[in-house]
Design a binder for this molecule. Sequence first.
Ligand code: GLC
Length: 767
Amino acid sequence: MLGKLLDFKQEGNRVSFRFEKGEGSLTPLKETVFRVFSGDSTIPSKAVEKTEHEAGKALCTEVCREEGGVRVSTRCMSALVGDDFSVDFYWADGSPLCREYRGERTLSKGLGEEERELMAGEGHFLAEEKKRHKIEVLKAIEGDECFYGLGDKTGFLNKRHYAYDMWNTDNPDPQVDSFRALYKSIPFFMARTDRGDYGIFFDTTYKSVFDMGKESRDYYYFAADEGNLDYYFIGGDTLPEILTEYTALTGRAPLPQLWTLGYHQSRWSYKTEEEVQYIGNMLRKLRVPCDSIHLDIDYMERYKVFTWDKERFPDPKRLLSHLGEEGFKIVTIIDPGVKVEEGYPLYEEGMKKGYFVTAPSGETYVNAVWPGDSVFPDFGNPQVRAWWARQQKLLTSAGVRGVWNDMNEPATFRGEIPGDIVFSDEGQKADHTRMHNAYGHLMAKATYEGLKEADGRRPFVITRACYAGTQKYSTAWTGDNHSIWAHLQMAVPQLCNLSLSGMPFVGTDIAGFGSDATPELLLRWVETGCFSPLFRNHCCLSAVRQEPWAFGKDVLDIYRSYVELRYTLIPYYYDLFREEEQTGRPILRPLVFHYEKDPETWETNDQFLIGDRLLAAPVLQQGVRRRVVYLPEGTWYDFWKGEAIEGKRAILQEAPLDTCPLYVKAGSILPRWPVQQYVGEKEIRELILDIYPGEGSCLHYRDDGESFGYREGAYAEYRFEVESSGRFTAELLHAGYTPYESLLLRCRGKEIRLSLSGEGKAEAKLW
Ligand code: GLC
């Protein structure tokens, strides 16, 4: 595209290039992280706001011309820049990691007019003609590459041989493997190859295409028709290393409030004060632990955001305070569409201040969502975000503890918003084409900032639409799945790939949103979903009830046991979130994340790890009561029966309806709490540590569970270690928060209670 490479210039770490038809630059941000850029540098990145990378440090060890281009070397890697801004990445020893594909794209001709008509006759889907893009980067496939990430796409874990679009899309049809786009656009993937691993983040909010070897076996490509060529290349030995660098660029999910790790009960909709109270009463009466009830669109007055329906919710403050006494935190939905209605203050104020997006003529743009004709806040404008942030007070002042942002692709009922509708981009004039994929991200950012200001605690936001970096502001759910087995199966790779895309706090609608759940599906889904960081049962208006008690006592008892299991594991989840905030390692991890040297793990779609210590192998098919489980290398313990099993092999595991096969890695120390009906119900003075023979260590973290005080040191941190000899040691590393009074060690049926000495140390002999 850019033609012959003419010359280059080095200024600090940045090396700029002059081509026949344009310019570009390559900048190492770290020894293994490079930014490749050509285009308009005034377009602000939505994802990369401030990075941990040290721009100040001199990184280029050598920049020189050689045959084939200009080589930019760091201590660990080099990039060879050639004609047309091709970039090949090498390790320091000269071996290639990722090279440009130098052939032409194979654009097949597609169908003739007659054939297209014939197919259209029966209503068949006609794939778009293949075309060239203004920006196209083709990289060679040189071996057994597997590709992971790309956000919330459908299908399986490994994205090789599939193609996707990055264009936030609300399509209510049951999602299948051939869907090209869903609600989120996270243009980042990681490649596992026999030459080493790497990640590529194509930082564009314009519609982009990722063809991961579907068009050809020899190359994959990413492309866009507008915007910049702006991508980051991250090389590394392992997937965790790459994710650490990607999240250093785009940010990490901040430590959440503890209660958000509990169980959430939702439905579209709990429509009245009485119904919400009834749901709360049932949960407590039937002793299904629960921290949160979600209010869907019917709490509002005719779907007008930031209002309460006065008849159905006459006194929200009283209701929420009453529910609060019972341990429930209320989360309310907020959509971006603002109803067009004279006398509605939000609409009137927004109109007066010019806060809604407009047609090129300047007229406010109107489309339909739940309230009918609606207008759309221009979230790319910082003033609009500040205004939206202030609105959250209406909710927090009634006692709302979290906000669920929906329909923020943005979804519209009368066709998609045209590309030329005028949006802002941080003070610049932009259009829908540029801002579409960032819309949900910017709405979540406004919501996060508003909640932080109004409430002071760590904000709890859930969003449906995302861009890269949304993890800094919000958790996410995967949108409108269906109560079908295929969607339970999809949940595993989908949540794993979101996790590998920098979004760790994610979950699916448990038991499915559309269609009707069956008792068996509900159980198998809670057996899987109780491990997802966001643990919420939600379904649509027309679906059969799927609350835990909806299918009778036997189902309820099993359901409850998995919610209880989750509550006992909350301290482990919290430790994982602490680790995530520091390293970017997610909570849910596909097996390949820790065992990539073992090819058996590359395509595992029906098992996952929770941190590095627990492995879940849920049943994902109707009628199945035993399944094959692949255990990676090392010794594993059956969580339920305690028996040790040697790994690096597949086993046949019995899995009756009440059992989700679950395994613990030898040498694991699992921090646990007793069952509580909600987080904070009991004062926890003792930490339970389940110890599985072997060698291992872990950090354990505790704080007040809601404030930002931990950033000023208000936390306690412990280090626990177990040796193969059976010696256990504990050490309090940081004492900025009330320490536990005792530790209860449980190992092979034996219990030992320990208290830490004045120096914050303790030890015991376990076997
Ligand atoms: C969308 C959301 C769903 C919600 C519904 C009504 O379909 O994805 O979760 O219940 O809107 O607000």
